[in-house]
Design a protein around this ligand. Sequence first.
Ligand code: ADP
Ligand code: TRP
Length: 321
Amino acid sequence: MRILSGIQPSGIIHIGNYFGMIKKMIESQDDGELFAFIASYHALTSVKDSEFLKRNTFEAAVNFLALGMDPQKSTFWVQSDVPEVLELYWILSNHTPMGLLERAHSYKDKTARGLPTNHGLFSYPVLMAADILLFDSNIVPVGKDQIQHVEMTRDIAQSFNNHYGEILVIPEAKVDNEVATVPGTDGAKMSKSYGNTIDMFGAPKVIKKQVMGIVTDSTDLNEPKEWENCNIYAISKLFMSNDELLDLQKRYATPGEGYGHFKLTLLDKINSYFEPYGQKREELLNNPEMVKDILSDGAKKARVIASEKMRVIKDAVGLSY
Ligand code: ADP
Ligand code: TRP
């Protein structure tokens, strides 16, 4: 079974990204053959600063490797290092009705918010279809916002197959309903656009500031406190065992400690949880050539599959003679 996952290169990742997506993706390396890439071409639809894109692509690679992406087990590359995907994108464009793209939620949302639109943004789902179909992917783990894109991929593939024969593998989206939304420091969904994140690899001072900034009620130090609706407790759940949580509940119920104390306990937990990954990340950041070699090997592996698939597809559509 082939699992494929694309990740937009965002340099700073927060614990919502980790528990919501990255952790599952790393674990899926044991469920099948994982193909994972950094979606650098897709990022061009929103990032127009070249230095920013370069840095974020590199840092995204470093982050994923530090968090357990294993290039021995999986194929891990940068999308733009496998340009075959753009050839397939063009071929699939000719099997993508305008109406299908016009119905895309992500495009409609962006136009509704008055953001400038362009063809890249409009045809984003066709490039995503090419990513998926180029590698005969069976399963595509995605968040809810991406389900429609995988459905469009299926439609495009079916239309292609109806015309040229059973050439493309029809993929399935896998949505993990168990993955709860990680709350931010203000209790709303943690998101970099809301400024309520706890960053994973931030400087210790930054992380401390974020944790100490978790919003709570103003119950006095000498009053018992409620853990049920407390943001500190909700985030602590990600890092603590059941016994530790029971202990924390007792501390909430016992007067004498304030929210500041619970925040410091959480801060310790977060620091020790990510410390080994942080060390690995530093090693990788200090060895950029090693990271580039890993990505280049990944792209080579991916290109072997991509070029063979393109040979079959080009032949099927008549681009061989
Ligand atoms: P952000 O909302 O910070 O911009 P992205 O949209 O870049 O995050 O999300 C990248 C991945 O992380 C997606 O797969 C998304 O589902 C997941 N993710 C982001 N925020 C959360 C959250 N608060 N809880 C769970 N998963 C999240
Ligand atoms: N569009 C996806 C996102 O924003 C990223 C992505 C690009 C992707 N190509 C993909 C995800 C192929 C899965 C499969 O999260």
